[in-house]
Each structure stands twice: as structure tokens, then as C-alpha cells.
Design a protein around this ligand. Structure first.
Ligand code: HEC
Length: 288
């Protein structure tokens, strides 16, 4: 699907979503904690400012959800995850407003129920929001091995590059062993299963070969005609530069490897050894 990017003004407001979102989350969870604390004699006044907190949190939740809708127009997110996140986020905003109204009407029991309902919604919405931005394995990627086992998670950190001994990557298929791991570290957070910015995925050879919204990104044997290399080679402040400013950049060694690989015909399964890279490429790979 080719999405036309929405106007800058929409994206400008949309980009406030990740900033604003922390305010209602913090206020709502803090208020719930205060209400629990207020049940103990020692903290009986803990929730005295509930009205003020709600008067801030409810409008902020609505504003945050509105900016989130604008941000979603930018596209490039996993559609199912995005749909869930949108509705849970909208639900959170509505629940926050309802909590405020119930408090204001002095309906204490209903107010408390609604407050804790809002906490559940905001937790679910926040979790999905985190998965959308960072990938669903972000939280657990570097968890200690026993913890991963406990929750049935894959044991190797997927972002940690090839888990093969240096002697072995020369015999691995070049894409899986050398090129894929570079993308995994620097590109697939935006060009992967959860987000495919510019319609491009770099998490497999086949997906890479399909290209993005602007067409093919690799022209085997012709590195000058391959946006996959040319975009990272642009000056960092150029609009089309990849990865975008502020994100981890490709190193000179990685750029050299990518250039060599495309010039060699961008093969998938040939082993590195069989492609006989020149010494400077081997040195760049060994330096990883
Ligand atoms: C922080 C997010 C992010 C990261 C990381 C990132 N990109 Fe992108 N990329 C984008 C966005 C957004 C677009 C679409 C806008 C554009 O074309 O500039 C895009 C578009 C592209 C395109 C053009 C696709 C098309 O057909 O329109 C290429 C090629 C590309 N990226 C390569 C890369 C490479 C290679 C890396 C890793 C070295 C990378 N990107 C890392 C966000 C990212």
C-alpha cells in the first residue's frame, strides 16, 4: 500500500504524542497509588489533591490520544498492533474523563472503580505503544537467561548480531551471517515486521529484494544505483540520509562491507569464504 505522507502540520502535532503520553500515565498511576495509600490511617490525606490531578490528567489524556491519532497517519506501523493501541489509547482517554466526572459528582465507589479500570487500560495501551516503537521484544531482549526460560522466550538476544564464532561466519551464507546482522542492528527497528518505514523491510533477503515505496533498493552489481547503500552514504543532515539523524549510524567498516557485497552481486547464500572478499573487507568484518 502506498501511503502519501500526511502534511507536516499533522506530523508536527503527532510527534508530541510520545512526549505527552508520559504525563497522563504518570498522573493516573500516581493517583491510583495515592488512593491505595489513603486507605491506611498514616496516609489518610494522600489523595487530598485527587480533584486537581484529575483536572490535569483527563484533558492531557484526551490531548495525548488526539496527537496519537495524528501520528498514526504517518503509517509504517504494524497494522494489528496499531489498531489495538489506538483503541486502547482512546479507551484510556475516555475512561480518564469518566473518572474525572464521577469524582466531580462525588460518586466515590464508582470513581475508584473507574480509576482502576483506567490504570488497566493505560497499562495495556502503554505496553502496545512500547511494542510499536521499540519492537515487541525490546523489554525482554536482554533479560537474564533463567528469566527468559521462565517465560518461554528465545534464549539468544535477536539484536545481538550473529551468535557464531568468528571462524564460522566465513562459512555461513553471506546474507544470514554478515549482511543481515548489520541490518538487524541498525535498520530493522524501522524496517522490520512491526514497522516498515517507506514500505521497506530489511529483516530478510526476500523482503529486501522487494524494495520499498520508491521501488527497488538494491541493484545487484551496481552499488551506485542502490539506495540501500547510497542513502547511508549521504551527508548525515541530508533529508534522505539513513539511518535518520540521532539513530545509530553505519560505521565506515559496515559501509565498506555493504558496498563490496552489492558490487559482488548482492548474493544471498554464497559463503563469505567462497566470495573471497579483499583483505580490507575481511579486516572490517573481523573488527566487528
Ligand atoms: C529510525 C527509523 C529508521 C531507521 C533506523 C532506518 N530507517 Fe530507512 N527509512 C526510515 C523512514 C521513515 C523512511 C521513509 C522516509 C524516507 O524515504 O526517507 C525510510 C526509508 C528508507 C529507504 C527508502 C525506501 C523506499 O523505497 O522509499 C531506504 C533504502 C532505507 N530507508 C534504508 C535504510 C537502511 C539501510 C537503514 C539501516 C542502515 C535504515 N534505513 C534505518 C526510517 C528509518
Amino acid at each position: 500500500m502506498h501511503l502519501h505522507p500526511p502534511p507536516d502540520s499533522i506530523l508536527f502535532l503527532g510527534h508530541f504524542h510520545p512526549l505527552l503520553v508520559h504525563l497522563p500515565i504518570g498522573m493516573i498511576t500516581a493517583l491510583a497509588a495515592m488512593e491505595i495509600a489513603a486507605r491506611f490511617a498514616r496516609f489518610k490525606n494522600a489523595a487530598a489533591s485527587a480533584g486537581l490531578i484529575l483536572a490535569l490528567a483527563a484533558p492531557l489524556a484526551v490531548l495525548t490520544a488526539a496527537c496519537g491519532w495524528l501520528l498514526s497517519l504517518a503509517g509504517g506501523y504494524d497494522e494489528d498492533l496499531l489498531a489495538w493501541h489506538k483503541w486502547l489509547g482512546t479507551g484510556t482517554a475516555l475512561a480518564a474523563v469518566m473518572t474525572g466526572l464521577l469524582f466531580w459528582r462525588g460518586n466515590v465507589a464508582a470513581y475508584r472503580t473507574s480509576l482502576f479500570g483506567t490504570v488497566i487500560l493505560v497499562t495495556a495501551a502503554g505496553h502496545l505503544g512500547g511494542s510499536l516503537t521499540h519492537g515487541s521484544n525490546y523489554l525482554t531482549e536482554y533479560a537474564p537467561a533463567p528469566l527468559k526460560k521462565l517465560f518461554g522466550l528465545p534464549s539468544a538476544a535477536p539484536g545481538a548480531g550473529p551468535v557464531v564464532a568468528p571462524a564460522d561466519w566465513r562459512r555461513q551464507p553471506v546474507f544470514a551471517g554478515v549482511i543481515g546482522p548489520i541490518f538487524k542492528n541498525k535498520c530493522t527497528a524501522c524496517h522490520g515486521p512491526e514497522k516498515s518505514k517507506g514500505g521497506l523491510r530489511l529483516d530478510s533477503y526476500a523482503a529486501m529484494m522487494k524494495g520499498g515505496e520508491d521501488g527497488l533498493v538494491v541493484s545487484p552489481g551496481n552499488d551506485a544505483q542502490s539506495p540501500l547503500l547510497q542513502r547511508p552514504l549521504l551527508p548525515v543532515d541530508a533529508d534522505d540520509h539513513m539511518p535518520p539523524v540521532g539513530k545509530p549510524q553505519l560505521t565506515a567498516g559496515e559501509l565498506a562491507v555493504l558496498k563490496w557485497w552489492i558490487a559482488a552481486g548482492a548474493p544471498e547464500t554464497n559463503s563469505l569464504a567462497s566470495l573471497q572478499p579483499p583483505p580490507e573487507i575481511l579486516a572490517a568484518l573481523a573488527a566487528r
